[in-house]
Design a protein around this ligand. Structure first.
Ligand code: FPP
Length: 246
C-alpha cells in the first residue's frame, strides 16, 4: 500500500518582501559538525566562527540592521576547560584578525553579556572593539558572550534599583532600556541551527514576539541559501503581536 507524501512546500523568498530588522542566531551544532567528520569539537567552533562572516555579509546584502549571535552562554563555563579556553582564544583571535576589516566595512560591534569573569586581556580587546566601531552604521553585530537571558534581567533590575526608581516608575520600556541590548530593536526572527527547539536562555525578554525558525543544519553549514530560506519563512508568517487579524 502506498502512502502519498506531498513534497514539503517551502515558501519562496520574496526579494522585495519584508526583511527582519533584527535577527538572532543560536549557532548550535559545531561539535556534531566536527564529530561527523572525525575532527575534534574545537575544529567545529573554528568552522563556526568562520561562518559568522559569511552570514554577516549576506545579512548586509539583505538589509538586516542587527545580527545577534549567541557565542557563549553563562552556562557554557561548565564545558570542559580545554573547550572553554579554546572558545576564549577564538574570540580573542577573531577580534585581532577581523577588526580592521569589520571596521572598514562599517560594522558596529556590540557586546551583550557580563564582562565580569572574562580575562582582563580579552575584556580590554572587547572594550577596544566596541569603542572603535561605535559610530559605524552599516550593520550591528551584537555578540552575546558570557550572556544569559535571566542574568540580563537580574542585572537590569539591580541597575534600576541602584538608580532609585520607584515601583510605579517601572515599565516595560524602562526594563528594556536597562538590558544589554538597550537601544536595539527587539529581534523579529530567531534562528536556531542544529536541530533543537529551545531558546536556551537567549534574548529571553527581547524575543517575546519574535518568530522562531529551527533547522537541523549544523551551524558551520548554515549558508546564504539557508538564511534566505529562514527569511522566506518569516515573510510568509503573519505577525499579530497579540492582536487579531485586521
Ligand atoms: C554550539 O555548538 C556553539 C557554541 C556553544 C559556541 C559558538 C561559538 C562560536 C561559533 C564562536 C564565536 C566566535 C565569535 C568571534 C563571536 P555546540 O558545541 O553546542 O555543538 P553540539 O551541539 O553539536 O555539541
Amino acid at each position: 500500500m502506498g502512502v502519498a507524501v506531498s513534497a514539503e512546500s517551502k515558501p519562496e523568498f520574496i526579494p522585495n518582501g519584508p526583511i527582519p530588522q533584527h535577527v538572532g542566531i543560536i549557532m548550535d551544532g559545531n561539535g556534531r559538525w566536527a564529530q561527523a567528520r572525525g575532527l575534534p569539537r574545537t575544529m567545529g567552533h573554528r568552522a563556526g566562527t568562520k561562518n559568522i562572516r559569511r552570514i554577516l555579509e549576506e545579512s548586509v546584502r539583505l538589509g538586516i540592521k542587527v545580527l545577534t549571535v549567541y557565542a557563549f552562554s553563562t552556562e557554557n563555563w561548565g564545558r570542559p576547560r580545554a573547550e572553554v579556553n579554546h572558545l576564549m582564544r577564538l574570540i580573542s583571535q577573531s577580534i585581532r584578525d577581523e577588526l580592521d576589516e569589520l571596521d572598514a566595512n562599517g560594522v558596529q560591534i556590540r557586546h551583550s553579556g557580563r564582562l565580569e569573569g572574562i580575562s582582563p586581556r580579552l575584556r580590554e580587546q572587547i572594550e577596544y572593539a566596541l569603542e572603535r566601531t561605535r559610530n559605524n552604521d552599516t550593520i550591528i553585530l551584537n555578540v552575546a558572550f558570557n550572556y544569559g537571558g535571566r542574568a540580563e534581567i537580574v542585572d537590569a533590575i539591580k541597575e534600576i534599583i541602584r538608580k532609585g526608581y520607584k515601583p510605579e516608575d517601572v515599565t516595560e520600556e524602562l526594563v528594556s532600556q536597562h538590558l544589554y541590548t538597550a537601544g536595539l530593536p527587539d529581534p523579529d526572527l530567531i534562528i536556531r541551527t542544529g536541530g533543537e527547539y529551545r531558546l536556551s536562555n537567549f534574548l529571553t525578554w527581547q524575543a517575546a514576539y519574535a518568530e522562531y525558525y529551527a533547522t537541523p543544519t549544523y551551524w558551520p553549514d548554515f549558508d546564504e541559501a539557508e538564511l534566505r530560506a529562514a527569511i522566506a519563512e518569516f515573510q510568509h508568517r503573519e505577525r499579530r503581536f497579540g492582536l487579531v487579524k485586521s
